[in-house]
Design a protein around this ligand. Structure first.
Ligand SMILES: Nc1nc2c(ncn2[C@@H]2O[C@H](COP(=O)(O)OP(=O)(O)OP(=O)(O)O)[C@@H](O)[C@H]2O)c(=O)[nH]1
Ligand SMILES: [Mg+2]
Length: 295
């Protein structure tokens, strides 16, 4: 079921992986196959470095295991790569989670998805919009709050986002909620003052709730490509990321970049976004992901 949904979501990416299956089914020698495989992996957005590593490992493993069929080896190799930075979302509650990322990556939608998921699991969830810059940004989150029937703490337009977070934390503590999800304004990782603002927000959270934030998730659009690495580095510097919420896997043909992201960012992908509704969220599972790509 999950697999069917993933396959459907990844249908465009799967088209890029289909030639790999054809290659393996052909009658070439293993050496010829491995040569061509490199090119196909790069074309499927795995990045040159990751593709080279895969080919090198496959050569060694196929020699050792005398395995003539490369497909199971390739699948295991991809799963191992994706599992190197494996990590489930924090199970600690009460918790404060912070969502950060550049403009339009999907932070607000992802905040709603997480709220829906944890609410469904019986948690009392509260949202806050630490985006006082755009009135529409707060309204968007308030609409989600109405739809999901959960409270949204708002600030005055133009107020210091850290002060809005402070107010939200007081309310969160006083009302004994389980999870506070903080949506932040989109910001370019190259704007120092905006990045410093995140640092300040994080300080307020740790001061008001010891041990928090339990998650600082970089919300990353899966169509971003190599720029994701640069973004992640900067966001990590200012807000200490705990993982990635990878959005818009549906509709992109660049699902293969997931592998490059894990390999190069050294950050676990905790959740993926598969559409625009609150239900389009999935925990990231390397096995299911690889099976959906190559079957
Ligand atoms: N197809 C698809 N669309 C998504 C997904 N996540 C978000 N979107 C869409 O992407 C657009 C931007 O999403 P937002 O949640 O507003 O992004 P944001 O990061 O909060 O944007 P700013 O606050 O402006 O920085 C919206 O049209 C969303 O519906 C996803 O997983 N799949
Ligand atoms: Mg937003």
């Amino acid at each position: 079921m999950v697999l069917e949904k993933l396959k459907e979501t990844l249908s465009k990416t799967r088209k890029l992986f289909a030639p790999i299956e054809q290659l393996f089914a052909g009658s070439q020698t293993q050496a010829e196959i491995l040569d061509e495989l490199f090119e196909l992996l790069v074309l499927a957005d795995l990045g040159v470095a990751s593709s080279q590593k895969i080919i090198k490992d496959l050569k060694e493993k196929s020699k050792k295991s005398h395995q003539p069929d490369l497909m199971p080896l390739l699948k295991q190799e991809l799963i191992d790569m994706l599992s190197s930075e494996r990590g489930r979302a924090s199970q600690v509650f009460p918790a404060v989670w912070l969502l950060v990322g550049i403009n339009g990556g999907g932070k607000t939608t992802s905040a709603a998805k997480l709220a829906y998921k944890y609410q469904t699991e019986g948690k009392k969830v509260m949202l806050t919009a630490a985006d006082t810059f755009r009135a529409a940004a707060q309204e968007q989150l308030v609409l989600w709050g109405k739809k999901l029937n959960l409270p949204v703490i708002q600030g005055q337009p133009g107020a210091d986002p850290a002060s809005v977070v402070y107010d939200a934390l007081q309310s969160f503590k006083a009302r004994n909620y389980d999870l506070l999800i903080i949506d932040t304004a989109g910001r370019l990782h190259t704007y120092a003052h905006l990045m410093a603002e995140l640092e300040k927000i994080k300080k307020v959270i740790s001061r008001e709730v010891p041990g928090a934030p339990q998650e600082v998730l970089l919300v990353l659009d899966s169509t971003t490509g190599q720029n994701a690495i640069v973004q992640a580095r900067e966001f990590n510097r200012f807000s200490g990321l705990t993982g990635v919420f990878l959005t818009k896997l549906d509709g992109t043909a660049r699902g293969g970049s997931v592998l490059a992201i894990v390999e190069e960012l050294k950050l676990p992908i905790k959740y993926v976004g598969l559409g625009e509704t609150e239900k389009d969220i999935m925990e990231f599972e390397p096995e299911a992901f690889v099976e959906a790509l190559l079957s």
